[in-house]
Design a protein around this ligand. Sequence first.
Ligand SMILES: CC(C)(COP(=O)(O)OP(=O)(O)OC[C@H]1O[C@@H](n2cnc3c(N)ncnc32)[C@H](O)[C@@H]1OP(=O)(O)O)[C@@H](O)C(=O)NCCC(=O)NCCS
Length: 146
Amino acid sequence: MTSIHAIRAEDFEEWTALWDGYLRFYESEVPAAVTARTFRRITEGDGVHGAIARDDEGRAIGLVHWLTHASTWSPTDYCYLEDLFVAPGVRGGGVGRALIAHVRDWAAEHGSDKLYWLTQEGNATARALYDRVATHTGFTHYEIAL
Ligand SMILES: CC(C)(COP(=O)(O)OP(=O)(O)OC[C@H]1O[C@@H](n2cnc3c(N)ncnc32)[C@H](O)[C@@H]1OP(=O)(O)O)[C@@H](O)C(=O)NCCC(=O)NCCS
């Protein structure tokens, strides 16, 4: 059975392997200093939260990161799920669904008004899951790189 726990300092090597897989999935790289800072922020509770999923043998098989922010539309914060990744060999077994449920429960316990996330239009695999657990809003994402 999958277990999910908050990311701790001792998870660094396993977390890094999953994080690298996630970046490869997006054909992206981030500087090592950013990776180190992100991990530090997660483990020190500095504005970013993270959880890791483990299989029966204790192997790390998935990660999720999230944060909260104020909203002009709500008296309470919104919760934004920024990263979700499951190791290729265990996909389709409910780990992604469990990681989303973990964040949903956390957000509800911490008084968030809603949990939301973005995905690429063409990410059919992720959307097959998201369509089962959330509502597709129809919003389109824009950004300006600075
Ligand atoms: C998206 C991702 C996190 C899903 O994780 P996962 O552990 O495979 O997902 P789950 O097993 O919990 O899937 C849950 C549902 O989605 C469906 N699903 C998952 N993979 C699917 C696939 N390849 N094709 C069709 N349906 C799929 C399952 O049928 C399942 O529904 P069910 O439980 O009702 O049968 C994983 O594929 C992944 O890490 N992908 C690469 C990174 C990525 O895209 N991250 C998300 C960025 S927004």
